[in-house]
Design a protein around this ligand. Structure first.
Ligand code: ACO
Length: 276
């Protein structure tokens, strides 16, 4: 197993040819309170500031983006998890004490737009088809933490999980890519209700409204994630990539477009399986 924060072995941080260098990645992970372990086809990203309930700083989001750029080519499943009692308490509230210092400079909207886009890159790579991403959520997933879980393909929750979109209560909007999956999963009415009341959704409701695919007792979370990862790895790798690509475009496509996409992907599969 390679641990890029503590050991920094090369296989954890190279492989794509476009990634962040090993030393730079190690520094970004340390600054962002992140740990990355790559073991064969499975990468595990751990939010690792349990004493702050894995509160996130700008460095956390930049570190997540760097991980996305640096994963080795053979990774097929990425697990996002949090150390300690909570998945993540969202943005580090200490960032607000500087009167906006460190936040994107809103007096220069183009620069601010670029700065926010850079932070969003910490989340968008989780949709790439070459791997399936799994959030393992225990305790609180608040604001940016909730959005991180939403950025993953599948959410496995402990029965103590609590999801809350807190941003509007702080005068902000959720801008870490979470609004689209939230609306797609729960619908516009429920998404509005959750965001504009900033109320907390407990695990049983999360399962009922589709925010969590699997809910297990707290002490069964790691085992449930392991079982899911094993099942995901048992599927043909090429079929997994093609199917994820197909499923993620289904909501935007017309039926005709989606049928055409299915044909294209299947021809690729048939070529792979039988030649031609
Ligand atoms: N930022 C900075 N520090 C935090 C944060 C945070 N978001 N959340 C928790 N901490 C710190 C606490 O200040 C506390 O520090 P201390 O030990 O020095 O007093 C430590 O983490 C433990 O927190 P507790 O509140 O004692 O832990 P508990 O398990 O009782 O509660 C909870 C956890 C519910 C997450 C609570 O800490 C909380 O409400 N945090 C704030 C959540 C929040 O408003 N986040 C912003 C979301 S909006 C966005 O992400 C854009």
């Amino acid at each position: 197993m390679a641990d890029a924060q503590t050991a920094g072995r090369p296989e954890a941080v190279t492989g794509t040819g476009t990634g962040t260098g090993e030393a730079a990645l190690r520094e970004l992970l340390a600054d962002g309170g992140l740990r990355l372990e790559v073991s064969g086809a499975v990468a595990t990203v751990t939010l690792n500031r349990p004493e702050r309930r894995n509160a996130m700083t700008f460095a956390t989001w930049r570190g997540l983006a760097a991980i996305g750029r640096s994963l080795p080519a053979g990774v097929r499943v990425v697990v996002l998890r949090g150390e300690g009692p909570s998945f993540s308490a969202g943005i580090d509230l200490g960032l607000f004490s500087g009167g906006g210092e460190g936040f994107p400079d809103a007096s220069d909207p183009e620069a601010a737009d670029r700065a926010i886009a850079e932070l969003q890159e910490g989340y968008t790579w989780l949709r790439r088809p070459e791997f399936v991403t799994v959030a393992a959520v225990q305790g609180h997933a608040i604001g940016g933490g909730f959005q991180l879980a939403l950025a993953c393909d599948i959410r496995v929750a402990a029965d103590d999980a609590k999801f809350c979109m807190k941003e509007p209560a702080l005068g902000l909007v959720p801008d870490l890519t979470g609004t689209k999956p939230l609306v797609e999963i729960v619908g516009i009415g429920r998404a509005l209700e959750l965001c504009l009341t900033a109320r907390t959704v407990a695990a049983d409701e999360a399962a009922r409204i589709g925010l969590a695919e699997i809910v297990v007792p707290r002490d069964g979370l790691d085992g449930a994630v392991r079982d899911l990862v094993d099942a995901l790895l048992a599927v043909d790798p090429g079929a997994a990539v093609a199917t994820k690509r197909l499923l993620w475009q289904a909501a935007q496509n017309t039926l005709d477009e989606q049928c055409a996409a299915e044909r294209r992907e299947q021809i690729g599969r048939l070529r792979e399986l039988f030649g031609g």
